[in-house]
Design a binder for this molecule. Sequence first.
Ligand SMILES: [Zn+2]
Length: 83
Amino acid sequence: MELCEQCNDLAGMPSTALPHSGLVASGVGAFGAPRGQMEKAYDQWKCSVCGNRMYQGTEHDDPPLEWRTGEKPADWKAISGES
Ligand SMILES: [Zn+2]
């Protein structure tokens, strides 16, 4: 899939960067212990320009999570999310 310029720019940015204007929130995922408190989570976005999905880490650890594109990040173990 061809990314639009805005998605291309955002991919790999720290998750503290703001979503670009074409992104529409499309879900939330979380991971951590199966029960009990969540340790990490991400917001899922879908681009209205190019149709790309992006994942924004919502925990700002050290190092911070990033904006990722394409497949759901393999190392972000979502236990809920896609609707
Ligand atoms: Zn896009």
